[in-house]
Design a protein around this ligand. Structure first.
Ligand SMILES: [Zn+2]
Length: 219
């Protein structure tokens, strides 16, 4: 039987790997668009709103208004209205999605709720959180299944990792001391390290102040 700590480690590590895969950008995401537009779409007779990005707003408007429209905007009742929020030149497709996400996260209109199905730049972790937010029991059941299917494999991997760091030493530049590789995170939580970090950042503030000649510290 594996202890809860080991299980937490496996889950945490799994999420890290997932995020890494999700943020490993594809050629499509890295593409530079000559024009990038962020817009939102709504109607005066409905309480739904949709956020989107494109490189040609007129063409996108036609798609949203066509009978074969498969986008979530088909659920908005009434005549669609479009509002351009931002326009960029030579922007990476992924950066445009980050801006789209920014507007979605900062949506403050309480009279309208966002109907987007996908969250731009959303990680697998966020997707699962959103999907299972209303079904925690289902999520717990899924975790259990994963645990019993993979725990031997994950344990073996954990053991291999522990063996690989055995005897390795990590040097803390802030405290100027050596600690074992496995004790790195524990050391970072110690009182000694934390007080050294705060005194180091305080002295940095003073030096920045002196350099700039200003009375206001920059940090
Ligand atoms: Zn330290």
């Amino acid at each position: 039987m594996i202890g809860i700590k080991v299980w937490a480690f496996i889950l945490k590590d799994k999420n890290i790997r997932y995020n890494y895969i999700m943020t490993d950008l594809t050629d499509f995401q890295l593409e530079i668009l000559p024009v990038g537009i962020i817009y939102r779409c709504f109607s005066n007779t409905d309480d739904k709103i949709y956020y989107g990005s494109c490189s040609n707003l007129d063409a996108r408007k036609k798609q949203h208004n066509s009978l074969s429209n498969q986008c979530m905007t088909r659920l908005i009742n009434g005549d669609l209205e479009f509002e351009m929020l931002e326009q960029h030149r030579d922007i990476m497709r992924y950066d445009l999605k980050i801006r789209e996400r920014f507007f979605m996260d900062n949506h403050k209109d309480t009279n309208r709720f966002i109907i987007n199905k996908n969250t731009p730049t959303g990680t697998a972790k966020e997707y699962h959180k959103k999907r299972y937010a209303k079904a925690p029991k289902l999520w717990a059941a899924k975790q259990k299944v994963y645990y019993w299917k993979n725990h031997e494999k994950e344990l073996a991997r954990l053991k291999k990792y522990q063996q690989s760091i055995k005897g390795k030493v990590w040097h803390c530049d802030i405290c100027d001391c050596d600690v074992s590789f496995g004790g790195k995170s524990k050391h970072k939580k110690t009182l000694k390290h934390l007080s050294n970090v705060s005194s180091a950042s305080a002295s940095e503030c003073i030096s920045t102040e002196n350099l700039s000649g200003s009375d206001t510290a920059l940090c």
